[in-house]
Design a protein around this ligand. Sequence first.
Ligand code: ATP
Ligand code: MG
Length: 159
Amino acid sequence: MLDTILVPYDGSDHSQRALSCAIQLADSTEPVTIIVLHAVQVVDSSDPSFLVAMKMAEASPLNLKDARSMFDQYIVEHEKEVKERIGEYFSSLPDNIDIKIVVVEGKPQEVIKEYAEDDQNEIKCIIMGRRGLGAIRGALGSVSFSVLHNVDLPIMLVR
Ligand code: ATP
Ligand code: MG
């Protein structure tokens, strides 16, 4: 049974429609958990400017503890933002559906793969947008492309 559905969410209309689709699919009397997963990439260590930023940080009074609490705050802000954006769904949600918001730091396609394939999360299928916030035209975005080709689970792409 598709009782745990993962909806990778970037705030785009496509991902919003993917969430609506998940709610419609879950429309039964059986309990269903929809996990709305949002990945935020705080640093990209493959980006050359990251090294420059690291050098600058060495010379700044910012210590690791400050950085940790700034990061935690950043994640909390993102959780709030996602909750606000999808808030309308909570008021009219059938009793059998539970929505959980998860915000994880990292590259979206990697975060999604790791979360979806972790047995502990018991994900049965993924519903996501074909495209997201990116401006480039085409059938698929880089995140949906990567998930489609690298994650071994049933996947539904929503236009
Ligand atoms: P690109 O990012 O390659 O410029 P795009 O933004 O149009 O293209 P994708 O990023 O692949 O397309 O987005 C497709 C879907 O992937 C989104 O609708 C959403 O479901 C998911 N997605 C994209 N970014 C994230 C993210 N940061 N966290 C969680 N899910 C995401
Ligand atoms: Mg994108």
